[in-house]
Design a protein around this ligand. Structure first.
Ligand code: SF4
Ligand code: FES
Length: 221
């Protein structure tokens, strides 16, 4: 006799659904065709919960919670259009954009998420300090534009979890947060094996494969 599979009953935007134990709210929403904006999430990696862009409302919770790291609970009621959650998420993306010296390239995840919140780099409420342009272009296949880094950590996790190369390190905090290839080294001299996993996951083109960069029109960068 087979054992029935345990399921968890949740309500997403008023619609009841069943999910397997351990399913995150983000996965549950996406499984039924819904969408929640994300920046530090990559389905190939363990959820990290760093960017606070995937915020949603949960009945009874004191404030918005991150959908990517929140597991579904039986009886949970989720509101992906919760006004407070969307307001905080939009403000977070606006702050991230305000630190860039220029708009992100239109095809990047950051640009797509920003458009989703109706944000434009040239029309932000907080035009604050912006990162200095700093490029490491000594690597034969990858280019690292530090000023575009939003410290989402995806490249570091891709390098560690997917490739096991440990070539990239998160550095600094707050406005100074960035990534480094090894310590006191250039990207070329690090333990990088040129797999391209970091460029593939980067949501801003801060790390790009040089062959792909050459295909993007200069005005698009
Ligand atoms: S280089 Fe890209 S993937 Fe890496 S932390 Fe910065 S924005 Fe994220
Ligand atoms: S995508 Fe959930 S916190 Fe970044």
């Amino acid at each position: 006799m087979s054992t029935p599979t345990a399921t968890i009953r949740v309500e997403i935007d008023g619609v009841a659904t069943e999910v397997a134990p351990g399913t995150t709210v983000l996965d549950a929403v996406r499984a039924r065709g819904g969408e929640i904006a994300t920046l530090c999430f990559d389905e190939r990696q363990e959820p990290f919960g760093a960017c606070r862009v995937c915020l949603i409302g949960v009945d009874g919770a004191p404030g918005p919670v991150a959908a990517c790291t929140t597991p579904c609970r039986d009886g949970m009621k989720v509101d992906t259009r919760d006004p407070a959650a969307l307001r905080v998420a939009a403000a977070t993306v606006e702050l991230v954009l305000s630190e860039l010296p220029g708009p992100p390239a239109a095809h990047t995840e950051l640009a797509i998420v920003a458009r989703g919140f109706g944000l434009q780099h040239g029309a932000l409420r907080w035009p604050g300090a912006q990162h200095e342009v700093e490029h490491d272009e000594r690597h034969p296949y990858l280019t690292l534009h530090h000023e575009l880094c939003i410290s989402c950590g995806r490249c570091v996790r891709a390098c560690d979890e997917v490739q096991g190369a440990f070539a990239l390190t998160a550095t600094g905090r707050g406005f100074e947060a960035n990534i480094a290839a090894g310590l006191h080294q250039s990207f070329r001299e690090s333990t990088c094996v040129s797999c391209g996993a970091c460029a593939d996951t980067c949501p801003t083109d801060a790390i790009t494969e040089i062959s792909l960069l050459a295909m993007v029109e200069p005005g698009e960068r």
